[in-house]
Design a protein. Sequence first.
Length: 134
Amino acid sequence: MTQDEKVDQIVYSMELIRQQLEEIEGQIQSLAVILQDLAATTDFLKNISRIEGDSLIPIGRGLYIEGEVKNKDRVVVNIGSNTYKKATIKDAISILDERRSDAAKALDSSRKSESDLQQRYAQLEDYLNRVYKK
C-alpha cells in the first residue's frame, strides 16, 4: 500500500469515527433526558401522598400537565411492547429505579465508547500530522 493510499484510508476512518461520535453524542443526550425524566417521575411518586389539589404531573420529556391526582395508591406502568399494568406506588418506584439503573449503565457505556473513539481519532490525527511534517 502506498503512502497516499494509507493516508486516504486513515482520512476515511477518521470520517467514520466522526460519524460514530455524532451518533454516540445523540445517544448520550437522549439517555441524559431519560434519566432526568425517570428522576422527576420517581420524585413525584415518592411525594404523591403529600399532594393536595392541583399539581404539575410529569408526563415525560420535560412535559407536565396540571391536574389533581385522585388515586394516590396505584399507577399504570408500561411494562413493554405497549403493554400496561396497574402497580402500587412502591412497585412503580422499583420499576423506575431499575430503569434508571439500566439507563445509567447505558450512559456509562456510551461515554466509554465516546472516549475510546476520541482516543482513536486523536491517534489517527497524530499519525497524519507526523506524515505531513516529513
